[in-house]
Ligand binder design. Structure first.
Ligand SMILES: Cc1ncc(C[n+]2csc(CCOP(=O)(O)OP(=O)(O)O)c2C)c(N)n1
Length: 327
């Protein structure tokens, strides 16, 4: 199979700044959630995506509203980028009546069909056959919409992953499989769960391409995504993009991650996607000191507003517990 061709792209300064805003917003959202958990204000499970933001921004930036995403527990940022208001997302995390699921489930399973967001499933890998099914629908409907499904390297060891990729390969479906390889599945390091180095290699068994890229480089992620989107929209089938990254926090906020070393964490923090992109923008005179302050202020006020909204939002009413259970 020939290697995937590099996709040329050009982003305007405004688009680059928009990417930067999203990186900062998603980071700030997760950071605030982490504090709220420690304060006992958010009691839902929180699975921080800090350190992995470039994957979400790079993959969501080129999407249309009609494209579907199938996010996982660490991908709250993808819901924001797909159009969920930060206030509503925060109310969801607080389990409020004004949240996406109206306070009736664990905060992580909400979907929004009008925005093209499939609700996360708890069973690892189980979102992938659903993604393939959605892509099959798009193919049957002869639209050029695409499905983007996220999963960890741990989930790539489940049967559902292999069935989904096989089905997508056989039917040449318009789906992007985005692996967020953050080196650990809970406490299990990748070398204890896989006998190969790259999850991307698994795609070839199912008749399509896989690439392994630097998941902390937002432009590299965007570039690979653009190519994969073009192939999917053009009827050329799926792509697996493995984004190598690292999660800075434990598996969830209650996990102190004693199974890894301080040196390892420090090494990955030195590859933080945000300063890398900041330097890139400053070197090209896209991000002035004033613009940086403006974006940081906007991020802070958006998060403050979201928290205030969520803190003051009503709890769900007991009598609504079973509303909407049946279609
Ligand atoms: C089928 C299944 N097995 C085990 C679990 C428990 N579990 C939840 S998250 C997780 C680790 C996930 O690792 P990975 O897929 O690499 O994603 P990450 O959390 O690192 O982003 C495990 C083992 C589960 N939810 N589903």
């Amino acid at each position: 199979m020939p290697p995937i061709k590099r996709t040329k792209f050009k982003l305007t300064p405004d688009q680059l700044l928009e990417m930067f805003y999203w990186l900062k917003l998603i980071r700030a959202f997760d950071e605030r959630l982490s504090i709220l958990v420690r304060q006992g204000k958010v009691r839902s499970g929180v699975y921080s995506g800090i350190g992995q933001e470039a994957i979400i921004v790079g993959t969501c930036f080129g999407l249309r509203r009609e494209d579907y995403i199938c996010p996982l527990h660490r991908d709250l940022g993808s819901l924001l980028m797909k159009g969920v208001e930060p206030r509503i997302m925060m109310a969801q995390m607080f389990g409020r009546q004004t949240g996406l699921s109206k306070g009736r489930d664990s905060a992580l399973h909400s979907g929004v069909s009008e925005l093209g967001i499939f609700g996360n499933t708890s069973m690892l890998g189980a979102n992938l056959p659903v993604a393939a099914g959605l892509a099959y629908t798009y193919k049957m409907e002869r639209t050029d919409n695409v499905v983007v499904a996220y999963f960890g390297e741990g989930a790539s060891n489940t049967g559902d992953f292999h069935e989904a990729l096989n089905f997508a390969g056989v039917h040449q479906l318009p789906v992007l499989f985005i692996c967020e390889n953050n080196q650990y599945a809970y406490s299990v390091p990748i070398e204890k769960s896989m006998a190969i180095d790259d999850v991307a290699d698994r795609a070839r068994s199912y008749g399509f391409d896989g690439v392994a890229i630097n998941g902390n480089d937002v432009l590299a992620v965007y570039q690979s995504t653009l190519g994969a989107l073009a192939r999917a929209r053009g009827g050329e089938g799926p792509t697996l993009i493995e984004c190598k990254t690292y999660r800075w926090h434990g598996h969830s906020e209650h996990d102190k991650a004693f199974y890894r070393t301080d040196e390892e964490l420090a090494m990955w923090k030195s590859r933080d996607p945000i300063p890398t992109f900041t330097t890139y923008l400053q070197a090209r005179n896209v991000l002035s000191a004033e613009k940086l302050k403006e974006i940081e202020d906007r991020v802070t006020s958006t998060i403050d507003d979201a928290v205030e909204f969520a803190m003051n939002a009503p709890d769900p009413a007991p009598q609504d517990a079973v509303t909407d259970l049946y279609a």
